[in-house]
Design a protein around this ligand. Structure first.
Ligand code: HQG
Length: 169
């Protein structure tokens, strides 16, 4: 299941053309096209969608898309939303100097990914080593006109977090 989830992420977020798919502007593809492209059954696909630890994918009728994390250009059409006063970002110490200089950048993705709680941020950071959790003053960002969107799986997305809104533990 993890392997299939990774193949689906690659196809639906990063390299659709590798498996002969074209995402529509909002990131959707017909479920049947994805099944053909990956050579899996509908049952296998639905199991990954339903049981995926982070609810990475949504099936809507006969189409499917990734909920967030894209590197290809998509407009998910998410409305802007008011974030909680504080959000968190899990990273590792080696990036800290750059982050404190440039703020949080989306790097290869569309948006900076922020977590609503420390524990989720800790897990995100731990993918790269000893996690370092930064606190984001989302209330001040919002007041200053920065836009936030909430993905279907609970990730807060914004284009850039200038360093002035970050605090380091
Ligand atoms: C760092 C996974 C230098 C940033 C996770 C991070 C998440 C900077 C890395 C989702 C920087 C980018 C996203 C700057 C940020 N200079 N480094 N100015 N600004 N960084 O993977 O947030 O499994 O693109 O701290 O669980 O780690 O894919 O972002 O370490 O939800 O569903 O650059 O990906 O979810 O890395 O993770 P990523 P992320 P999935």
């Amino acid at each position: 299941m993890i392997r299939l989830s990774k193949r689906m992420s690659k196809a639906l977020r990063h390299k659709p053309e590798r498996v002969g798919l074209t995402l529509d502007p909002a990131g959707w593809v017909p479920v049947t096209d994805l099944l053909d492209a990956l050579g899996v059954s509908e049952e296998e696909l639905r199991e990954v969608v339903d049981r995926n630890d982070k609810k990475r994918f949504t099936i809507d009728g006969d189409r499917i898309r990734a909920n967030q994390g894209h590197s290809v250009e998509v407009d998910l059409g998410l409305p802007t939303a008011t974030p909680p006063d504080t959000l968190f970002h899990g990273t590792v110490a080696q990036f800290l100097d750059d982050i404190l200089r440039d703020g949080l950048r989306p790097m290869s993705r569309h948006d900076v990914h922020l977590s609503p709680d420390r524990e989720t941020a800790r897990r995100v950071g731990a993918r790269r080593g000893r996690p370092l959790i930064l606190t984001v003053d989302a209330k001040a960002m919002s007041a200053d006109g920065h836009e936030f969107r909430l993905s279907a799986n609970g990730v807060w997305l914004t284009r850039h977090v200038p360093a002035q809104y970050l605090s380091v533990p």
